[in-house]
Design a protein around this ligand. Structure first.
Ligand code: GDP
Ligand code: MG
Length: 370
């Protein structure tokens, strides 16, 4: 870029924006910290402050995850990340609640469940499974469009009394497009009118061949209402995960994906991060989307404070400078200057994109006023 805001330049020089404004004023240029200056002026300022001029390209400033691949020797098994999809009213929410072992709708006394957008469950064989707690195809595709392929396995919930419906088929297509294996949970088998065999047959039409029919797609009959078949479903997930040999390096600076983010009245900006690799620790300095910060506290899906979170673990992170977007990547960096530099760079890039996407013409403005 051939222009830079005064603040951005100040950040990169580790100087105060106000000092740069003062210097610019003396040079006969009355500008504010948010205004841009051209490259010549920027270079003049840099030398004025006794710094060396170093031209940086995008690759120098931003973080390139693709260039930073973990050595196979450092990889350790990690829990699968599961998303539940299916037609409306087929029981996605009920199943998520049942698997979590807490019926939130009923609001049991004493059982205050934290909803942070994801939670972990232990399977009968003792392994962990991470569930993304935001069912829905939009969340899945939106995250994917943003380059965040966090889901390892899709659970397709089909109500045994209703069969495959348009959104069931849509879910199959989403999962296929993402190359994510599907496990079918045939729900509501407690109902008189349930016909699970019909579901298995209809799945064939969409190239999902269940094991009983000689294929490799696992299906489990469940009742989210009566809480039956849940252990079998968890077993099926554990088996699928084993086949996939999901691994990550836990012994490195953490990297994660924002699953949910909000501005909390008491706690400030809060984001649920699904750790993808490395271990996120209290005190870590990070950049998250266009925000930077330092981990002030980590809170798990039970509402308990934890000191660290490893691969596939979802945690609420406190200590963000602002609210990031779902799908953003959190990356731990070496120091605050680096975090601020990357965040400032991304903010200016986002600003540029916005101006390009939504050009405000003067005529348009006058028309709007007329
Ligand atoms: P979602 O729209 O897919 O999230 O579906 P919900 O979880 O909200 O469930 C829709 C309705 O189906 C609710 O009235 C549930 O109580 C009911 N339901 C969910 N699972 C079962 C089940 O296993 N058996 C029966 N009989 N009803 C269920
Ligand atoms: Mg629901």
């Amino acid at each position: 870029p051939d222009s830079i805001t005064v603040q951005e330049l100040a950040n990169r020089m580790a100087e105060k924006g106000a000092d740069l404004v003062k210097a610019l004023f003396k040079m006969g240029m009355p500008v504010t910290v948010n205004q841009t200056i051209d490259q010549d002026t920027a270079e003049l300022l840099v030398t004025e402050f006794g710094h060396e001029i170093k031209r940086v390209s995008e690759a120098d400033v931003d973080i390139r995850h693709d260039e930073d691949v973990d050595d196979a020797a450092h990889l350790k098994p990690r829990a699968p990340v599961v998303t539940i999809m299916g037609h409306v009213d087929h029981g996605k929410t009920s199943l998520l609640d049942a698997l979590r072992g807490a019926n939130v709708q009923a609001g049991e006394a004493g059982g205050i469940t934290q909803h942070i957008g994801a939670y972990q469950v232990t399977t009968p064989d003792g392994s962990l499974v991470t569930f993304l707690d935001t069912p829905g195809h939009e969340a899945f595709t939106e995250m994917r469009q943003r380059g965040a392929n966090v889901t390892d396995i899709v659970i397709l919930v089909v109500a045994a009394d209703d069969g495959l419906k348009p959104q069931s088929i849509e879910a199959i297509n989403h999962a296929k497009a993402a190359g994510v294996p599907i496990i079918v949970a045939i729900n509501k088998v407690d109902k008189e009118s349930a016909n699970p065999q019909r579901v298995r047959e209809r799945l064939l039409e969409h190239e999902l061949v269940v094991e009983e029919m000689g294929g490799d797609v696992q299906n489990v009959e469940v009742s989210a209402l009566k809480k039956t078949g849940l252990d079998k479903l968890l077993d099926a997930i554990a088996l699928q995960a084993e086949i996939m040999e999901l691994k990550a390096n836990p012994d490195r600076a953490a990297e994660g994906t924002v699953v949910e983010a909000k501005l909390d009245k008491g706690r400030g900006p809060v984001a649920t991060i699904l750790v993808r690799r490395g271990t996120l620790k209290v005190g870590d300095i990070f950049v998250c989307g266009a925000e930077s910060g330092r981990v002030r506290a980590l809170i798990d899906d039970q509402g308990k404070q934890v000191k660290e979170a490893g691969p596939s673990m979802p945690v609420e992170v406190l200590g963000l400078g602002g609210v990031p977007m779902a799908g953003d990547t959190l990356t731990v960096v070496e120091n605050e200057a680096r975090a601020r530099e990357v965040a400032a760079y991304r903010q200016s890039e986002a600003l540029k994109k916005r101006t390009v996407q939504a050009p405000v013409s003067l005529e348009g403005m006058f028309e709007a006023l007329a």
